[in-house]
Design a binder for this molecule. Structure first.
Ligand code: ZN
Length: 122
Protein backbone atom coordinates (compact mmCIF):
# COMPACT_ATOMS: atom_id res chain seq x y z
CA UNK A 1 0.00 0.00 0.00
CA UNK A 2 1.42 3.38 -0.88
CA UNK A 3 1.45 6.37 1.42
CA UNK A 4 -1.52 8.07 -0.17
CA UNK A 5 -3.71 4.98 0.17
CA UNK A 6 -2.58 4.46 3.74
CA UNK A 7 -3.41 8.07 4.64
CA UNK A 8 -6.81 7.80 2.96
CA UNK A 9 -7.51 4.57 4.86
CA UNK A 10 -6.47 6.16 8.16
CA UNK A 11 -8.66 9.17 7.44
CA UNK A 12 -11.67 6.98 6.69
CA UNK A 13 -11.02 4.92 9.84
CA UNK A 14 -10.76 8.08 11.93
CA UNK A 15 -13.98 9.50 10.46
CA UNK A 16 -15.76 6.19 11.11
CA UNK A 17 -14.49 6.11 14.70
CA UNK A 18 -15.59 9.71 15.28
CA UNK A 19 -19.03 8.84 13.92
CA UNK A 20 -19.26 5.77 16.16
CA UNK A 21 -18.30 7.88 19.18
CA UNK A 22 -20.91 10.52 18.33
CA UNK A 23 -23.55 7.78 18.03
CA UNK A 24 -22.40 6.13 21.27
CA UNK A 25 -22.76 9.40 23.21
CA UNK A 26 -26.45 9.48 22.20
CA UNK A 27 -27.04 6.15 23.98
CA UNK A 28 -27.67 5.98 27.71
CA UNK A 29 -24.73 4.47 29.62
CA UNK A 30 -25.43 0.95 30.91
CA UNK A 31 -23.65 -0.60 33.89
CA UNK A 32 -22.36 -3.99 32.74
CA UNK A 33 -20.69 -5.21 35.89
CA UNK A 34 -19.60 -3.80 39.23
CA UNK A 35 -16.54 -5.03 41.11
CA UNK A 36 -15.10 -3.90 44.45
CA UNK A 37 -12.97 -1.08 43.06
CA UNK A 38 -14.09 -0.64 39.47
CA UNK A 39 -17.08 -0.87 37.17
CA UNK A 40 -17.52 -1.71 33.52
CA UNK A 41 -19.98 0.46 31.59
CA UNK A 42 -21.23 0.23 28.04
CA UNK A 43 -22.18 3.14 25.88
CA UNK A 44 -22.94 2.37 22.27
CA UNK A 45 -20.26 0.00 21.07
CA UNK A 46 -17.69 1.23 23.59
CA UNK A 47 -16.88 -0.24 27.00
CA UNK A 48 -15.58 2.02 29.75
CA UNK A 49 -13.57 1.10 32.83
CA UNK A 50 -14.40 3.37 35.76
CA UNK A 51 -13.00 3.50 39.29
CA UNK A 52 -15.54 3.15 42.10
CA UNK A 53 -15.70 6.09 44.52
CA UNK A 54 -15.37 4.36 47.89
CA UNK A 55 -17.16 5.98 50.84
CA UNK A 56 -14.08 6.14 53.05
CA UNK A 57 -11.95 8.12 50.60
CA UNK A 58 -10.98 11.74 51.41
CA UNK A 59 -13.37 14.30 49.87
CA UNK A 60 -10.66 15.77 47.62
CA UNK A 61 -10.02 12.37 46.08
CA UNK A 62 -13.76 11.66 45.75
CA UNK A 63 -14.22 14.90 43.80
CA UNK A 64 -11.26 14.14 41.52
CA UNK A 65 -12.52 10.61 40.88
CA UNK A 66 -16.01 11.96 40.18
CA UNK A 67 -14.57 14.32 37.56
CA UNK A 68 -12.61 11.44 36.03
CA UNK A 69 -15.70 9.18 35.93
CA UNK A 70 -17.96 11.88 34.47
CA UNK A 71 -15.45 12.81 31.78
CA UNK A 72 -14.82 9.20 30.81
CA UNK A 73 -18.48 8.30 30.53
CA UNK A 74 -19.99 11.60 29.37
CA UNK A 75 -17.16 12.99 27.25
CA UNK A 76 -17.22 16.23 29.25
CA UNK A 77 -15.35 17.04 32.47
CA UNK A 78 -16.90 19.32 35.13
CA UNK A 79 -13.43 20.72 35.96
CA UNK A 80 -11.72 21.22 32.59
CA UNK A 81 -12.08 20.98 28.85
CA UNK A 82 -11.36 17.41 27.78
CA UNK A 83 -10.26 16.21 24.40
CA UNK A 84 -12.11 13.02 23.46
CA UNK A 85 -11.01 10.90 20.54
CA UNK A 86 -10.99 7.31 19.37
CA UNK A 87 -7.64 5.60 18.98
CA UNK A 88 -6.65 3.55 15.95
CA UNK A 89 -7.43 0.46 18.04
CA UNK A 90 -10.97 1.74 18.60
CA UNK A 91 -10.51 2.80 22.24
CA UNK A 92 -12.03 6.03 23.51
CA UNK A 93 -9.26 8.32 24.79
CA UNK A 94 -10.26 11.12 27.16
CA UNK A 95 -7.53 13.70 27.78
CA UNK A 96 -7.98 16.15 30.64
CA UNK A 97 -6.06 19.38 30.88
CA UNK A 98 -2.77 18.76 32.72
CA UNK A 99 -3.79 20.56 35.91
CA UNK A 100 -7.25 18.94 36.17
CA UNK A 101 -7.72 16.77 39.30
CA UNK A 102 -9.50 14.26 37.05
CA UNK A 103 -6.34 13.71 34.98
CA UNK A 104 -5.00 10.20 35.75
CA UNK A 105 -1.55 11.57 36.70
CA UNK A 106 -3.14 14.10 39.10
CA UNK A 107 -5.30 11.33 40.62
CA UNK A 108 -2.15 9.34 41.41
CA UNK A 109 -0.50 12.47 42.91
CA UNK A 110 -3.54 13.29 45.03
CA UNK A 111 -3.64 9.68 46.21
CA UNK A 112 0.06 9.73 47.12
CA UNK A 113 -0.32 13.02 49.00
CA UNK A 114 -3.31 11.70 50.95
CA UNK A 115 -1.85 8.24 51.54
CA UNK A 116 -4.28 6.38 49.27
CA UNK A 117 -2.90 3.98 46.69
CA UNK A 118 -4.26 4.67 43.22
CA UNK A 119 -3.71 2.00 40.60
CA UNK A 120 -3.64 3.44 37.09
CA UNK A 121 -5.50 1.35 34.56
CA UNK A 122 -5.78 3.88 31.76
ZN1 ZN B 1 -10.87 17.30 33.68
Amino acid sequence: MNGRKARALNRRRQERNEQLLAEALKDEPQLLEAFDTFELWQRGRFTFYLPVILDDLPDELKQALAAHRTATLEGACPLCTVDVSVSRKGLVVTRHEDACPGHPDRLVEIGERLGVEITRKA
